[in-house]
Design a binder for this molecule. Structure first.
Ligand code: KIV
Ligand code: NA
Length: 269
């Protein structure tokens, strides 16, 4: 059974991670044998109807984490800390992160990282809250970055990413997500670290991969070019829901086998 320690000590087997935002999906993901389930702040776009992840609240990540954790038996459940729930004030950051383990049964938290999360990573780790770091494209910085662009495309930026990766490893992070970075940069950062890197849009040379489950299933309305759709669940949803509407409108549903006449109750009028 995977734990943050087996993930940290990862062998040659690639590390697998997928997001989930509800109990039934988490159960399927868990039973498929993924190592980690990420309760991503991508819940904002994927399930809550927001344009991006910025409006997602601590309460929303908390209730989603609870739903996922209740349905998960084996995988490591990681709560993705939302925009401004961490990083400004150390004590408040610790409270928000700790709540995910204490009240919602998460096993770890993920932080979109920068220079401001090194000390926090150390503090959380000291307190017993395992931290997954996240570098490269950090979507909570979309307003700073001017768009969802690939990161680490220039020498200096790539070197800064490597430095931050090392600093978070030294601070105690048990793994590192690398999002939307050149494959060679991700490969070099992977070589430089002992903890596993988990890539999304970061090429094949990371220690593991993560995708957004709704992109994998083919439910998302638009998914990034580096994602891959492994199914077409949206078509099946359209078919089933269309069939239901037609069956009600035509009177085919409910049929005799879906209803019960109680002989003990006489005509009421
Ligand atoms: O929120 C999310 O789904 C993520 C992954 C893309 C790593 O942060
Ligand atoms: Na995220």
């Amino acid at each position: 059974m995977p734990t943050v320690n087996t993930v940290r000590e990862h062998g040659d087997e690639p590390v697998t991670m997928l997001t989930a935002y509800d109990a039934p999906t988490a159960k399927v993901v868990d039973e498929a044998g993924v190592d980690l389930i990420l309760v991503g702040d991508s819940v904002g776009n994927a399930a809550l109807g927001y344009e991006d992840t910025l409006p997602v609240t601590v309460d929303e990540i908390a209730s989603t984490t609870g739903a996922v954790a209740r349905a998960t038996e084996d995988a490591v459940v990681v709560a993705d800390m939302p925009f401004l729930s961490f990083g400004a004030d150390l004590a408040e950051s610790v409270q928000n992160c700790g709540r995910m383990l204490k009240e919602e049964d998460a096993d770890a938290v993920k932080l979109e990282c920068g220079p401001h999360t090194v000390e926090l990573t150390e503090r959380l780790t000291d307190l017993g809250i395992p931290v997954m770091a996240h570098l490269g494209l950090t979507p909570q910085h979309v307003n700073q970055l001017g768009g969802m662009f690939r990161q680490g495309t220039e020498q200096e930026a790539a070197e800064r990413m490597l430095d931050l990766a090392r600093e978070h490893e030294a601070a105690g992070a048990f793994s590192l997500v690398l999002e939307h970075v050149p494959a060679n940069v991700a490969g070099d950062i992977t070589d430089a670290l002992d903890i596993p890197t988990i890539g999304i849009g970061a090429g094949p040379d990371t220690d593991g991969q993560v995708l957004v489950v709704s992109d994998v299933l083919g439910i998302s309305e638009n998914s990034p070019p580096f994602s891959k759709q492994f199914g077409d669940v949206r078509s099946e949803m359209e078919r089933a829901i269309g069939d239901y509407v037609n069956a009600v409108e035509s009177g085919d549903f409910p049929a005799e086998e879906h209803s019960h006449v109680e002989e003990d109750v006489d005509d009421l009028y």
